[in-house]
Design a protein around this ligand. Sequence first.
Ligand code: FE2
Length: 444
Amino acid sequence: MTDPAIDAPPIDAEALRERALTTLTTARTRTTLLTSCVEDPDLTAQHSPLMSPLVWDLAHIGNQEELWLLRAVAGRDAMRPEIDGLYDAFEHPRSERPTLPLLPPAEARAYAAEVRGRVMDLLESADFHGTRLTQAGFAFGMIAQHEQQHDETMLITHQLRKGPQALTAPDPEPVPLYTGPAEVLVPAGPFTMGTSTEPWALDNERPAHRREVASFHIDTTPVTNGAYQAFIEDGGYDNERWWTAEGWAHVRKNSLYAPLFWRRDGKQWLRRRFGVTEVVPPDEPVVHVCWYEADAYARWAGRRLPTEAEWEKAARHDPATGRSTRYPWGDADPAPEHANLGQRHLRPAPAGSYPAGESPLGVRQLIGDVWEWTASDFLPYPGFQAFPYKEYSEVFFGPEYKVLRGGSFAVDQVACRGTFRNWDYPIRRQIFSGFRTARSAGDV
Ligand SMILES: [Fe+2]
């Protein structure tokens, strides 16, 4: 099975081998950090019913790597067939995973390392032609993305974990308070959404297709803690008019009053961030809000959430060429001056950071910092084909999931593109989720 769209570019096998090696190694370094900064009891404990024990993620990472690279690509036999069921995410919901006879930490580490050793041997002689799975090293890229996505999940577990700080990282560079335009006009017209050429893009990002988008304004930066506090102080959580019916029911039932991890202390707001309590910084993009909160804030502000197509047009459309670029800043892979990615920092950077990463229209921080809720349900693009398995995306399509775009500070660049789509339930807020707002060009 070959895909003409990804057959097109010539394959530089040595460059691909290098890229696969670098991305897999980067992911494993991060996995090791996230699973070695706490003692074994913290690896086997369930810190929240929403999350797996860290030791489950660790062995699941190894198991998926074995399934796809050693078995599907290389045709090897299962190393430990008896554990496959334990680490099948569809067989056991997260809440059930602590009750399973999981591999203890030392064994989970040894298993993941053994798989990785064999994968390194395979990579040395890999042929990047042939099946769609091997073409352009797709399966290696998919596995590196998978590990990085679990690293983000494990970072969420660390954020939910009670107890002292286990992780540290330098803060982002301080920047002068952003005083540029609050919003940017995106002119009407078609643009190319999705991709057919990005070799490691996942099935839900494909294929590239034209979308007509009416003119709209979009916030230059994500909504900040300071702006969100004004919504709280104005009684936003107590006023039904800002909420959808489902959102209002959810807020009432769960007594929500502020983003997750916030609490009021006299006149100020404090938040807990990776084991440290601190004053909420007003200039930073708000994080840990659910879709209902983002949607209510936007309505209170006289605005709305951007659709997914609007978000991607603001991020990728270059009016000078009519082309969609890979990232807001162009086609180059992300560098530290473009975006806050890869857990370099354990927080979003202040609004207005990374001028080198802005889009041609001047929109900032679309990539990195916080995942951005959009107004859109998670749906397939026209011409979608499930690959390499239905459980990657297809089983999730539908109105129960909302799309998030752009990636957070916890996302590695291998799992982040201008076309990358994330999805979650509208009630979720343990994720590193924020948002920006938009308005149709005719609206005031
Ligand atoms: Fe997974």
